[in-house]
Design a protein around this ligand. Structure first.
Ligand SMILES: NC(=O)C1=CN([C@@H]2O[C@H](COP(=O)(O)OP(=O)(O)OC[C@H]3O[C@@H](n4cnc5c(N)ncnc54)[C@H](O)[C@@H]3O)[C@@H](O)[C@H]2O)[C@@H](O)CC1
Ligand SMILES: Nc1ncnc2c1ncn2[C@@H]1O[C@H](COP(=O)(O)OP(=O)(O)O)[C@@H](O)[C@H]1O
Ligand SMILES: [K+]
Length: 493
């Protein structure tokens, strides 16, 4: 009887191997685990692809192939038409995969004799956690044929060709309609392009005790309300607007005020008790004409800001959306260095020539800076990390957070949130129509509201990213940044 897993843990292929070893070390029968995995694959294939005229199981030389042999046996036992093909050498004698192959009692044909037919459903058990080099041309040719014929693919553990650690495609890969993985999600299921190649994902419990998983899992999780819900402010009769936090957002000049207003209104909608737009004198009229609940304050110079900062009730700041003046931005950041700050857009770009100047100002004390770079902005501050092909997006975000002493929200369809202490989350609820002008400004304001309420920086950022995705989903395709703000749901909705 297979059970789906709902845990938010994400484990790397290397951690999975360690869990596997620990399971064997604690007396669990590794072949029984393979049996559970392969049987689950067979059952899901039968249940999800009842239209199949033939199931074609493609087995690799390792344990991923072992799962394939078990699945083939399970499907054959149900009376389905099953064809079996083996790639490369037979599995190492004495191992679980060799045992699965002989238990299957079907002689596999050579991989290069496989000719895909209309009506085939492919069970892809070529490579999983042990995928270690780009796929060779004869495998790539089959992958391309299967894709061209639009045959459904059910991948075991990962679509073969996808690197489970990074989500990168090495050479070529299958595009799965479904993927069945075991124990927990791997980074490659959530990071691009891997995520787009997995199709629907089933995470199956194969009987490894939770304590062994917890002992070897690291600090990486999927971003869900369970991660940050405990830190969210609960409203009761004793609350007043200052307790809900006062957020300040810095506006750009007279011709670029919209971005800051989006951030400000998103901050208010996200639960900040008060939001003030700090605007250059020349932009006051433009801003005043468009603001209602958001307050307005003229701030042109460092001196004016310094005086305003005497008000310690202003509990968080957003600097960057269409701010424009990078020199002024650097000066303002210096004044804000002991405050809770979201740095976005021009606020990030302002430090491209000397990022250490920024990082040093936040090096001591509690983590209070959140930076929200997209790919381009990330490369401006962390060029070496952006260019290192060995690093996954998660590795990059964690290294950047450590270096900058900031929570990094590395944006995209697979946004990664990383804390300097090594914790990281991958977000997966963002719809593609969030890719619209101003949506990043809304996100900055949402995170700012959480910081203003007193959430720790990591949780504030995670909650912002999740609620942003949720609002995008609710607003629907065709939304604009304005309608996105309208769709922000209460924290405890
Ligand atoms: N970790 C666990 O607890 C369990 C793992 N299971 C399965 O075991 C798999 C991992 O097994 P393995 O570690 O044997 O690894 P794989 O079976 O994923 O791959 C390893 C084999 O593939 C070869 N290989 C790698 N890249 C190749 C390429 N590009 N071209 C040709 N050959 C290539 C390697 O030389 C090696 O022989 C998982 O993905 C999962 O499917 C399941 O049996 C259930 C239990
Ligand atoms: N394809 C996508 N799928 C889901 N979310 C996306 C996608 N592309 C962008 N986003 C999200 O939309 C927002 C865009 O922010 P940003 O690039 O700063 O744009 P802008 O500066 O126009 O506001 C980010 O939160 C990002 O994660
Ligand atoms: K596979």
């Amino acid at each position: 009887m297979m059970r789906a897993i709902h845990s938010s843990a994400i484990i790397s292929p290397a951690q999975m191997t360690a869990i596997d070893r620990a399971a064997a070390g604690s007396g669990l029968d590794s072949f029984a685990l393979m049996n559970a995995a392969g049987s689950a694959v067979g059952e899901i294939a039968l249940r999800r692809f009842p239209q199949a005229l033939r199931f074609v199981v493609l087995c690799g030389p390792g344990n991923n192939g072992g799962d394939g042999y078990i699945a083939a046996r399970r499907m054959r036992a149900s009376g389905a038409c099953v064809a079996l093909y083996a790639l490369g050498d037979a599995p190492a004698a004495g191992g679980d995969a060799a045992r699965a192959r002989s238990a299957c009692a079907m002689a596999p044909a050579a991989f290069d004799t496989f000719v895909p037919r209309s009506g085939d459903v492919i069970v892809d058990a070529l490579f999983g956690a042990g995928f270690s080099r780009p796929v060779c041309e004869d495998v790539a040719v089959v992958m391309r044929k299967v894709t061209a014929m639009d045959l459904p693919v059910l991948s075991v553990d990962l679509p073969s060709g996808v690197d489970g650690r990074t989500g990168a495609v090495r050479g070529e890969s299958f595009t799965a309609a479904r993927t069945v993985t075991f124990v927990a999600r791997k980074p490659g299921h959530l990071l691009l392009p891997g995520r787009m190649l997995c199709g629907a994902l089933d995470v199956i419990d194969i009987g490894i005790p939770r304590r062994l998983v917890d002992a070897h899992a690291g600090n990486l999780r999927k971003n869900t309300p369970a991660v940050w819900g405990q830190e969210a402010m609960v409203l009761n009769a004793a609350v007043h607007k200052y307790k809900r936090g006062h957020l300040a957002v810095f506006s750009g000049g007279p011709l670029s005020t919209g971005a800051a207003r989006l951030a400000a209104s998103a901050g208010l909608a996200s639960g900040a008790g008060l939001v003030t737009l700090a605007s250059p004198e020349l932009a006051l009229q433009a801003n005043a004409a468009h603001l209602t609940a958001v307050m307005l304050k003229a701030i042109d110079t460092a001196e004016a800001l310094e005086t305003w900062l005497d008000d310690r009730r202003i509990s968080a700041f957003v600097l960057g959306p269409a701010f424009g003046d990078v020199e002024k931005a650097r000066g303002f950041v210096t004044l804000l260095r002991d405050r809770r700050l979201v740095l976005d857009a021009d606020g990030i770009t302002a430090f491209r020539d000397d990022p250490a100047v920024l990082f040093d100002q936040f090096a001591t004390g509690p983590t209070r800076l959140v930076m929200t770079p997209h790919d381009g902005e990330f490369a401006r501050l962390f060029a070496d990390l952006a260019q290192d092909p060995a690093l996954s997006k998660i590795d990059r975000a964690i290294a950047a957070a450590r270096r900058s002493h900031a929570v990094i929200v590395f944006k995209g369809a697979d946004t990664v949130i990383a804390d300097p202490d090594g914790r990281a989350l991958v977000n997966a609820n963002a719809p593609p129509w969030l890719a619209t002008a101003g949506s990043g400004d809304v996100l900055a304001g949402m995170i700012g509201a959480h910081l203003a309420q007193g959430m720790p920086a990591f949780e504030a950022a995670a909650a912002g990213v999740w609620r942003h995705g949720d609002a995008g989903t609710l607003a629907g395709e065709g939304m604009t940044a304005e309608t996105l703000v309208q769709a922000i749901r209460p924290l405890h909705a």
